[in-house]
Design a binder for this molecule. Structure first.
Ligand code: F0G
Length: 464
């Protein structure tokens, strides 16, 4: 391939390639995952990350306003004229001193990268703008995804905002939080609810897209991950271009961890950073494929020589025992992460670790995040719960600088939040108790008061 950007199999020994405008998104030789790769020698790349500060004075230009495209020199797969942006990526890296005692870090060491501020309320918009740019380049008219709710919300928002494509969404029955389902419906997406869960929907959407030639926007699409790299560019920007010691992220389909690893690997390759942070991926215990493979079975990327048969045996056994993912963090309720090999590679590049956390730990961490100012959905709080564990184990040092990614907004899943804080034991049991959550440790209960001035004043004096 002589192009400046093309797609290439991630297996170093395979060498399969696809042109930049190919929408198969799998290696034509071995069927594996592909990356978007660049011939940097034929592209103009800034010699310092500080170059991007010049974009702050050009915020009238949608390309410089976008938190994704103001880093366009680092994802140069399309000419700027193809870019489809809806103002994604206006997110914040917030120093979170209030949470430090909960996770046992020194003050000033913890930062939360809050992706809930995106137009559709989750980090997915970072990837969707890149996928839409690519879809426009190839002239796609219909786009599909399987989703636990946020990819579909993002697709629906982008379709309705740009008019570029028709959205077709596959979701598992009863597996999607209400805030996310509301978005798919409100933004006019064709919403197909199949009997089964996300893993079933993911298989189907791949078949259907292939058969009908529909553009696939799941994170198996490598252009999605190009957009998600920018989450890490913004983290660096928030830290004055200094590399943190740790980046901690929830793991579901493993797109984010794969994108983050690639972002840092490329930055070092380009001489724009001198070291990589360590990565920690946090699974829910009810959806812990990566944890089991990486931490319990010792599966490693090994420069591409990962033990494929061992992984296949793991999935065959899962299938034989009909093991299904189950967690209150429905966004990461996934047993078959499509980006598994890429995640293993990112963990190798970034000397990573993987942990699992229970639904109880997730909800307690979520309540603590909320009590200190940012609202996130359950899956997002897995990063903070995971950090707490890594501190207890001494893997993360007390003085290390840590960034936890809060992937989605609090209002995505009001049911989980209300059940946790609820005074209604039946609701608690129905939503959380059956998942093994025993105590709402940080519940902030509504106070029931008769409609009487004295009683109301008494309650206020008692509680505030
Ligand atoms: N956090 C949130 C809020 C998510 O929606 C997802 C994934 C993840 C974390 C996990 O990220 O897949 O990159 O490891 N949601 C997908 C969806 C699967 O369909 O919306 P990942």
């Amino acid at each position: 391939m002589s192009e400046r950007a093309y797609q290439r199999c991630i297996q170093p020994t395979c060498g399969g390639t696809l042109a930049v405008d190919d929408t198969r998104f799998t290696c034509p030789r071995c069927g594996g995952l592909v990356d978007v790769v660049y011939d940097w020698s034929r592209l103009t790349v800034p010699d310092s990350l500080r170059f991007f500060e010049s974009r702050w004075s050009e915020r009238y230009d949608p390309l410089s306003w976008s938190g994704v495209w103001r880093f366009r020199e680092l994802l140069p797969f399309a000419e700027p004229r193809w870019v489809m942006t809806i103002g994604e990526g206006q997110t914040i890296l917030q120093r979170a001193d209030g949470l430090c005692s909960y996770v046992d870090l020194s003050r000033g060491c913890l930062f939360l990268q809050y992706e809930g501020m995106n137009p559709s309320g989750s980090f997915k918009d970072n990837g969707m703008t890149a996928a839409f740019t690519h879809a426009r380049l190839v002239g796609a008219q219909r786009a599909a995804c399987a989703s636990t709710g946020n990819t579909s919300a993002s697709l629906a928002v982008f379709c309705s905002a740009t008019g570029l494509m028709r959205a077709i969404i596959f979701i598992g029955s009863g597996k999607i939080a209400y805030g996310k389902l509301a978005q798919a419906l409100d933004h006019g997406a064709l919403t197909i609810q199949i009997t089964g869960d996300f893993d079933d929907a993911m298989q189907r959407v791949q078949q259907v897209s292939r058969q009908l030639g529909i553009y696939l926007v799941n994170s198996i699409n490598p252009f999605r991950l190009e957009g998600q790299k920018t989450i890490m560019y913004r983290v660096l920007e928030g830290l004055r271009w200094e590399v943190p010691d740790w980046v901690i992220v929830p793991g579901g389909n493993l797109g984010n961890v794969s994108a983050f690893g690639k972002a840092f690997y490329e930055l070092r390759q380009l001489g724009l950073i001198s070291r990589l942070p360590r990565l920690a991926v946090i699974n829910a215990t009810g959806a812990n494929t990566l944890y089991q493979l990486y931490e319990q079975q010792g599966v490693r990327w090994q420069g591409g020589a990962w033990p494929r048969q061992q992984v296949e045996r793991f999935f065959a056994e899962m299938q034989a025992h009909h093991r299904r993912a189950s967690t209150i963090a429905s966004a990461i309720e996934i047993n078959h992460p499509v980006n598994l090999p890429k995640a293993l590679r990112a963990l190798e590049w970034c000397n990573g670790v993987v942990r699992e956390v229970t639904d109880q730990e997730i909800l307690d961490a979520k309540a603590q995040v909320g009590a200190h100012g940012l609202g996130c959905e359950p899956a997002s709080a897995a990063s903070v719960a995971g950090l707490k564990r890594l501190r207890q184990e001494g893997i993360v040092g007390q003085e290390e600088r840590v960034v936890c990614v809060l992937t989605g907004h609090q209002l995505k899943d009001p049911t989980a939040t209300v059940a946790y804080h609820s005074t209604d034991p039946q609701m608690f049991e129905e939503v959380l108790g059956k998942r093994g959550v025993r105590r709402p440790t940080f519940a902030n209960r509504a106070v029931q008061v008769p409609n009487d001035l004295n009683e109301i004043i008494k309650a206020i004096e008692l509680y505030a």
